[in-house]
Design a protein around this ligand. Structure first.
Ligand SMILES: [Zn+2]
Length: 221
């Protein structure tokens, strides 16, 4: 019995140390002043993602991802993209998402942003929204910082940053970050806007500003 208790206590200590180390290394990445941002434009190639009003999600996520990369690069950030053209990272969806997670986790990225667009059977549903893994406080702060800026881009968008479980990428990535659903392709008005260069720039700029606001507060800029 005594042995069992010792074993259990050892397990608890190892678990606590493991958690403390994870939190410590997360924070450390945010103290690095040569920020490296990983951008993940969702879908690509054979995987078009959601479709609405004849628009494929993969095209919108790539356009916004590339614009966001440009804003970051112009101001001295190091940037990586999981894709910079219309291709998938594997020939099936499961391996594609594994690859994205491996790329981000295997990098020295300070933070990541995954970009997606939504669809819903009810046409009136609209608005951009950020999602985050609530395991780390930093994720919530980053998602909220970006969400605040998205509201500035379109005051019609009254959504709030939302914690989410069960999305493989969000669950498995160990770098601070969040997923941005840039709007609903199934809402005709929002889809029209998402197809314009001007609105894509605006969304990219808002995500960029959200990242800056977050780093100003929680990193070292
Ligand atoms: Zn998607």
């Amino acid at each position: 019995m005594k042995k069992l208790i010792i074993l259990f206590l050892t397990f608890l200590i190892v678990f606590a140390l493991g958690t403390a180390f994870t939190v410590f290394s997360q924070t450390n990445r945010l103290r690095d002043n040569s920020y490296h941002i990983y951008i993940d434009p969702g879908h690509g190639g054979f995987d078009g993602g959601a479709v609405g009003n004849e628009t494929a999600e993969k095209a919108i996520t790539l356009a916004i991802g590339l614009k966001l990369a440009r804003y970051l690069q112009r101001t001295g950030f190091r940037v990586s993209l999981t894709r910079d053209d219309d291709f998938a990272l594997a020939n099936n969806k499961r391996d594609d998402i594994y690859k994205r997670v491996a790329l981000i986790n295997g990098s020295d990225a300070s933070l990541y942003v995954s970009i997606h667009a939504n669809s819903f059977p009810v046409k009136s549903v609209r608005g951009a929204q950020t999602f985050y893994n609530p395991l780390w406080e930093e994720n919530r702060h980053l998602a909220a910082a970006i969400q605040n800026m998205l509201y500035a881009a379109d005051p019609m968008n009254k959504r709030l940053a939302k914690a989410i479980f069960g999305k493989y990428l969000i669950d498995e990535v160990t770098v601070v970050g969040c997923l941005v659903e840039v709007g609903f392709l199934t809402n005709p008005e929002e889809c029209d806007k998402l197809n314009t260069n001007e609105y894509q720039e605006k969304i990219a700029l808002m995500i960029y500003s959200g990242i800056l606001n977050f780093l100003e507060k929680y990193g070292e800029i």
